[in-house]
Write a protein that binds this ligand. Sequence first.
Ligand code: NDP
Length: 275
Amino acid sequence: MSDPVMVDHYAVLGNPINHSKSPLIHRLFAEQTEQDMTYSAICLPLDGFIVGLAELHAQGFKGMNVTVPFKFEAFAACEQVSERAQLAGAVNTLIRTDTGWRGDNTDGAGLVNDLTRLVGDLAGKRVLMLGAGGAASGVVKPLLDAKVDQLTIANRTAAKAADLAARAQHLRVNGCGYDVVPNQPYDIIINATAASLAGDLPPLKAGWFSDAHCLAYDMMYSKEPTVFMQAAQTFGAQQTADGLGMLVEQAAEAFYLWRGVRVRTAPVYHALLES
Ligand code: NDP
């Protein structure tokens, strides 16, 4: 048995948090790579994130994942943040320092790794992203780093899409409302809106899905195909996927930041599908 004093402690912070798959994912990563660590799910009060985080630091926690609704507060609470977190304006991974926390955002790397698993190299792909919230903000730079040819960001509140595109300062990115997105084929269409959570859809155009190799990707994940995946299939999308792979991949990036060890994600993804 390992000495409990020597074991490193990690957690995911959110509210609510009891649905989180992160404890299972990190337990499987730790078993696979034989790391001595614990990983728990902690629900912090909506008005108690900063106090809770300070207590966990005092208790010696080595790292945190942060989920809804605390990603922006976590960003503000960090002593320093990575460039990708800076561009996202949000933090999903905290790494302990002697005096506080260093922040990073692994959502984008998680998405890029999962898209690459599904369609191969992303270089040259035409990408349409629906939504301009926290999750969308985190994936713009990693998509550009993966050399996508064109990234159009469409959002219900058009100004937020335009702002996000402007922050990227890149010729290949533009942001707009849904009405002005041309009815033309894209290689990859990412649903980064929260609409699926309520069984809703952003306003889709059939022509977006008409490419022979079109992948329609919903960041939300669920047991059954999401409403977005179902609609994309109706419009002729050749391939659809939900965000379970992204969840596993962003966790693997966080695990690497904490432990310096790369995990094999495929067995963990399949274990989650079966669980
Ligand atoms: P936010 O609340 O930050 O952003 C929500 C976005 O959805 C905004 O762009 C909003 O538009 C849009 N939206 C909400 N409802 C509708 C609607 N009915 N029709 C059209 N647009 C709508 O959420 P997040 O960015 O944090 O999360 C977005 C999704 O990504 C969620 O489903 C979440 O579960 C998923 N996610 C998955 C991850 C994974 O690892 N798989 C990681 C992170 C998130 P507006 O600006 O106009 O309000």
